[in-house]
Design a protein around this ligand. Structure first.
Ligand SMILES: C[S@@+](CC[C@H](N)C(=O)[O-])C[C@H]1O[C@@H](n2cnc3c(N)ncnc32)[C@H](O)[C@@H]1O
Length: 241
C-alpha cells in the first residue's frame, strides 16, 4: 500500500482507518515525513495509541465516511494520496462511491486512492444505478498470499474527464473545506474579541473596586491617624537626609 504512494508528489497523505498503525509505519519507512501524514481513525483508544507511537503525525478522531466535515480546517492543499484500510465491504456500495468521490475532491489530479481488500473484485463498483459515480481508472495488485487472509491492493485514480471537471470547479470538497475553515477562523476571531472585551471590563471593574476600598480605608477614622503618623515619620526622615 505504501509503495503505491508517489512520495515526490507534494501534499499531505491521508490514511483512513489506521488502527494500531501498521500501514502508518510502512508509509514512514518509505520516507514520508511524519508532518505529511494525517490519520483519520474512528476509535478514540486507537487515536491515543497512534499519537504515542508516531510523534509528529497528525491524528484526527472522526468518521472517514464524512471526510468533508472530519477534515474541515485540516486540509489546505491538494492531497498526494488517500490510503484506506477501512473495511469497505461492510458498507453499502453507495457509501463506498461517496467516499471515493469525497477523496477525489481533495486529491491532486496526479494523486491516488489506495485500498486493500480481502475480496477478489474491486471493492468500489465502477458504476451504480441511480448513484453519481466519479469516473476513475483502477489497478489491482496480484493477491498477497502471505497476508492472512490473502488480500489485494487497489489503486484508484481520477479519470482525465473528472480531473478537467474538478479543475474547472476548483474542487468541490476542497472549496467546501476552505469555506468551513474560513468560518471556523471567523468564529475564533469573534470569540477572541469577546474574551478581550470581557477581560477589559473585568479589569476596569476590579480597579474601580480596589480604588473604592482604598479610599474607604484612607478615610476611616481609626486608620487616618496612623496614616498621618506615617506621613510625618516620612517627612522627618527626608528632612534628616
Ligand atoms: C481493518 S482495520 C485496519 C487497521 C490497520 N490499518 C491495519 O491494516 O491493520 C480498520 C480500521 O478502521 C477503523 N474505522 C472503521 N470505520 C471507520 C470510520 N468510519 N472512520 C474512521 N475509521 C474507521 C477501525 O477503527 C479500524 O481501526
Amino acid at each position: 500500500m505504501a509503495r503505491c504512494v508517489d512520495i515526490d508528489l507534494p501534499g499531505p497523505i491521508i490514511e483512513l482507518g489506521p488502527g494500531t498503525g501498521p500501514v502508518t509505519q510502512a508509509l514512514l519507512q518509505r520516507g514520508i515525513a511524519p508532518e505529511r501524514l494525517i490519520l483519520v481513525e474512528y476509535d478514540p483508544a486507537f487515536c491515543r495509541l497512534l499519537e504515542r507511537r508516531f510523534p509528529g503525525v497528525r491524528v484526527v478522531q472522526g468518521d472517514a465516511y464524512n471526510l468533508g466535515e472530519t477534515l474541515a480546517g485540516v486540509i489546505e492543499e491538494p492531497v498526494c494520496a488517500v490510503v484506506s484500510s477501512l473495511p469497505l465491504l461492510n458498507k453499502p456500495e453507495a457509501d463506498r462511491l461517496a467516499l471515493l468521490t469525497d477523496a477525489f475532491g481533495m486529491l491532486d489530479p496526479a494523486g491516488v486512492f489506495v485500498q486493500f481488500t480481502y475480496g477478489m473484485m474491486s471493492p468500489i463498483p465502477k458504476r451504480m444505478a441511480g448513484a453519481a459515480a466519479p469516473a476513475f481508472s483502477a489497478q489491482a495488485s496480484q493477491p498477497v498470499w502471505l497476508n492472512l487472509p490473502p488480500a489485494r491492493v487497489w489503486c484508484y485514480r481520477p479519470s482525465l474527464d473528472d480531473i478537467l471537471v474538478k479543475r474547472d470547479g476548483a474542487g468541490r470538497i476542497l472549496g467546501s473545506i476552505k469555506e468551513r475553515t474560513g468560518r471556523v477562523k471567523d468564529e475564533i476571531l469573534d470569540t477572541c474579541d469577546r474574551i478581550e472585551t470581557e477581560l477589559r471590563l473585568a479589569r476596569d471593574r476590579m480597579r474601580m473596586d480596589i480604588e473604592g476600598r482604598a479610599a474607604r480605608v484612607r478615610s476611616d477614622r481609626h486608620v487616618r491617624p496612623a496614616l498621618e503618623l506615617l506621613r510625618r515619620i516620612g517627612e522627618q526622615r527626608r528632612a534628616r537626609r
